[in-house]
Each structure stands twice: as C-alpha cells, then as structure tokens.
Ligand binder design. Structure first.
Ligand code: PPE
Length: 326
C-alpha cells in the first residue's frame, strides 16, 4: 500500500513569502539543497503572532522577537545582512501582502550553499519570513480544560554542549525527540528536566506553576529559552498583584502544584491538567491560569491601554491577497 503523507492544509497556503529583502511568490522561496542549515541545523528562527484588534491588526512584541533573532544568530556567529528594522518591516509587509489580519510569522536565518563541510564559515547568510494562519497550537480543548503531559526521559539540552538561549534550528531535535516520544505514549506534550533534575521547560513552551496563589517559573540561569510570552506573563501577573518567583524546582514540586501552565507564542497560555497520571490541582484549568489567559488575550488584541509598545500596527487592504496574487 502506498504511504500517505499529510498535505499542507489549504489555509496554510498563502501567496507570498519574504526572502532576502522583498516579498516574492511563496512557491519560489526555497532553501537550496546544499544549504548548511539543512545538513547541520546551523540556522536560527523566530515564532511571532499577529492579532486583529479594535484598532486594526498588530504584531505582538515584534521588536523583542527580532532582537532575540539577532542574539540567536550571534551565538552561532551568523551575521544577519539586514538591520533589525528591515526585518521588522519585512514581517508586517508579508502579512499585509497576504491580506492576513492575524497569523503566525516564521523568520528564518539560513546559510546558503557555497563552501561545503563543517568548516565552511563564510557562506552567504540569507533571511526568509514565512507566514500562515495558525490556530490553537495545543488545541481548543487544551486551552479550555488543560493538556496531559509527560516528564520526558530526554533531558533538556545541556548548556555545556549547546546554546539553549538561542532559537537554533538544530537544537529543536531535542524538543522533537521529547515530543514524539510523549505523543507515542498518548500524551499531548513533554516537560523536560535539566541535567540536575530541575524542571526546564516543555518542547516549545516555558512552564509556570501556581502554589498558594503565587507563580513560580524556572530562572533564566536554567537551560531554557528566554520566552517572550514568559516575560509578558511575569509582567502582567505582577500588575494583577500576583507574586512571581523565578526559582529552580524539581518534579515533585511540579506534581504538588495547584496549577501548571505553559507559555509560548504558538501555545499562548495552555493549562496542564495531568502529568504522568498525576492530576494537577482540580484536574482542569485553574482560576489563576484562567485569569492570566484573559489578560494575555486582552494584551495581544490591544485591549490593554498600559502596553501600547507591545503592538506593532500594520494595515491590510481587504482585497490585498487576491489582488496581488493575480
Ligand atoms: N521554549 C521553547 C523551547 C520554545 O520553542 C518556545 C517557543 C518557547 C519556550 C516560548 O517562547 P516565546 O514564544 O518567546 O514565548 N516556541 C515556538 C515554536 C513552536 C513550534 O512548534 O515551532 C513558538 O511558540 O512560536
């Protein structure tokens, strides 16, 4: 029997991508076969969301995401051949050209063909920005009632061998191994511990727990990504008067929490209702998580007047995608 593979969903198929400084037909925006990024994972990327709001569509914390893209590149000694402002502009341009009032953005810095082999260090650095409409990363039901997670037997990559603060393509093999192993065992997501047994993060999300009304999350000294959703949640929680501690904790503390939730651009704020068969708190979304979800959605949709700098507005003509695709 012939194997059947997942097709690209039609809603992901948009007419344009941004490549090396301009919007081009998405079908022509390709990575060369001998790109060093494909072979060795030596590339960096970002994940960003745009949301529609009463004042029009806007990208959430665009400047912070592009700043992290540059930090990730610096860790690999990749020199991005554009100014941050040009890439920020590329993000809003590609959304506008595709007529998207909301969507996910995936900037990718990759190394072109040129010299071959591990020692090649001077090949052209290229930048692409893809975009597509992306729904709830861990499902509508997960956002409402919580997901089931497994503590992975794969440890979070060690900072002795990798650079966990960088959003580096090849490093995601660590996440994919944990995610696929969890999925094969019937779980929605994996939580990774560091080499010392402390909780680090999930495969594509940072982790928070709630105990006696206060939040606790692993500190940046752990091998975790410096999540922008994590930073937003810390600020918003403190504004609501909730205590937030950045502290190391192990699996037992996690299992005894009143609430656990994950944060990420794609996952937004997703509650965890069960870990390795242990019910977390009431076994569904907890009240603190629900409160934070609401204020986070207010922030991304521009309903929070205290944070105008978090949103980069852009304009879309309703006929943009159709008109330009012709
Ligand atoms: N940790 C990891 C390992 C990670 O990949 C992400 C984002 C986060 C934490 C949260 O970071 P932030 O988005 O800045 O709050 N994961 C991205 C990729 C998901 C994917 O499937 O690919 C994302 O959420 O966009």
């Amino acid at each position: 029997m012939a194997a059947s593979f997942d097709p690209v969903p039609t809603e992901f198929q948009v007419p344009f991508a941004w490549l090396d400084g301009e919007c081009v037909p998405a079908a022509t925006a390709a990575v060369p076969l001998m790109s060093l990024t494909v072979h060795y994972g030596i590339g960096v990327f970002e994940g960003i969301r745009a949301y529609d709001g009463a004042d029009g569509p806007a990208v959430f914390r665009l400047r912070e995401h592009i700043a992290r893209l540059f930090r990730s590149a610096a860790l690999l000694r990749l020199e991005i051949p554009f100014a941050a402002a040009a890439i920020e502009r590329g993000c809003t341009d590609v959304l506008a050209r595709n007529g998207l009032r909301a969507g996910y953005l995936r900037p990718l810095v990759f190394v072109d063909d040129g010299k071959r082999g591990l020692g090649a260090s001077n090949n052209r650095i290229r930048v692409a920005i893809a975009t597509w409409p992306w729904g709830r990363y861990l499902g509508d039901e997960g956002v409402r009632n919580g997901i089931r997670a497994q503590v992975s037997t794969f440890a979070r990559m060690s900072p002795r061998s990798f650079v966990p603060k960088g959003k580096v393509c090849g490093q995601y093999v660590n996440s994919v191994l944990a995610k696929r192993t969890a999925a094969a065992a019937g779980f929605d997501e994996a939580i990774l511990l560091d080499d010392d047994g402390c909780v680090a993060e999930a495969t594509g999300e940072n982790l928070f727990l709630v105990r006696d009304g206060a939040l606790c999350t692993p500190p940046p000294s752990q091998p975790i990504l410096d999540g922008i959703t994590r930073a937003s949640v810390i600020e918003l929680a403190r504004e609501l008067g909730l205590a937030v501690r950045e502290e190391r904790f192990a699996r037992d503390t996690l299992l005894l929490a009143d609430e656990v939730f994950l944060t990420g651009t794609a996952a937004e704020i997703t509650p965890v209702r069960e870990i390795d068969g242990h019910r977390i708190g009431g076994g569904t979304r907890g009240p603190v998580t629900e409160r934070l979800q609401k204020v986070y959605l207010d922030a991304v949709h521009g309903r929070l007047p205290s944070r105008p700098e978090w949103r980069t507005r852009y304009d879309v003509r309703s006929d943009a995608a159709e008109r330009s695709a012709r």
